[in-house]
Design a protein around this ligand. Structure first.
Ligand SMILES: [Zn+2]
Ligand SMILES: [Zn+2]
Length: 318
């Protein structure tokens, strides 16, 4: 049986009954072909949420790090996850990436240049798809380590990222708890890297799906460690929790990696010693922890603008 058939079916239904009427009404029928791709990756995204739920929920029940009498703060993270995985990520990782790559490659070819790919750089990768896919993961993860580290280094950027750290009730839903602007920056960052190494447009959203699945697990509220060696091969909930620890919030954090702990080991930001610490950021506005979706977005943006303007005013007066 074709594993993809049920996804195709749902995506086709979604396109026909939800997307095409909107495109038609707004006179946007040139997007018809692409809208199917978006629908397909939205269905993949929804399926991924179901898989994440099925894997992480038993783990959180089995060995929770913390128990809360009231889990109200978790609800908002569920909303973040649905918006991001079903709406935003398929839209930008498939539709936007596809459009950008097609026009960039067209531009390069018109000017007599050949678009860059990893296989052209390392010809031994030709025909070795699994290895190439693995290298894409390693390279994207390496670039994500630096994106994340910079987001702690620059105060204006941390103003947005503080929303991710403000959560005191961290669960597997917390991975997508990000400021929309931070998500956009992350997408631009990933896209540049993906274009430089020539990730094909159908593989890019799949890679992001895979990476985000593991990232969800790393946020789970569970006493799960992969053992001495395992912790050094793949990031565990224990390892990422140390990054969210109240003692590590803000600029002095540790464990910036998302999938592979190797970069933290190489650049000496890894801390394998911390046990299951409390999470949150005591320096963040309370609204970032317990406010509604729009409030959190607004407070993050305001904090960033203040940071940028405050800096400029300071520079003018000195
Ligand atoms: Zn962080
Ligand atoms: Zn996190």
């Amino acid at each position: 049986m074709d594993l993809n058939a049920p996804f195709d079916l749902v995506a086709g239904w979604l396109q026909e009954h939800a997307l095409l009427p909107i495109l038609y009404a707004w006179d946007l029928m040139q997007w018809e072909d692409i809208s199917y791709g978006w629908a397909l990756f939205a269905v993949y995204g929804a399926a991924q949420v179901v898989v994440t739920y099925a894997v992480c929920l038993p783990l959180e029940w089995w060995r929770p790090v913390e128990r809360w009498p009231d889990r109200k703060a978790v609800t908002i993270d569920i909303l973040y996850t649905l918006i991001s995985r079903v709406g935003f990520l398929p839209l930008i990782t498939f539709v936007a990436f596809y459009e950008i790559q097609v026009s960039l490659n067209g531009f390069l070819t018109d000017h007599g240049w050949v678009p860059p790919t990893l296989e052209r750089l390392f010809p031994f990768l030709l025909g070795r798809q699994a290895l190439t896919f693995f290298l894409y993961v390693v390279i994207l993860d390496f670039s994500d380590y630096w994106r994340h580290r910079f987001s702690h280094m620059f105060d204006w950027w941390y103003s947005l990222h503080a929303l991710h750290h403000a959560q005191r009730q961290m669960t597997f839903w917390s991975d997508d708890r990000n400021h929309l602007l931070d998500d956009v920056i992350g997408f631009v960052w990933f896209t540049v890297v993906a274009l430089l190494i020539g990730i094909p447009p159908m593989q890019f959203p799949l890679l992001i799906l895979l990476l985000r699945l593991l990232e969800s697990l790393s946020h789970a509220n569970t006493r799960l460690s992969f053992g001495w060696l395992g912790e050094r091969l793949l990031i565990s909930p224990r390892f990422h929790r140390a990054h969210h620890g109240v003692t590590a919030a803000g600029l002095k954090s540790v464990n910036y990696g998302a999938i592979l702990p190797w970069w933290d080991m190489i650049f000496r930001t890894g801390d394998f010693s911390r046990a299951f610490v409390e999470t949150g950021d005591p320096t963040a506005e309370e609204a970032l922890a317990s406010g509604g979706y729009l409030t959190q977005q607004w407070v993050g943006l305001r904090r960033m603008l203040r940071e940028l303007w405050g800096r400029r005013a300071e520079a003018r007066h000195s």
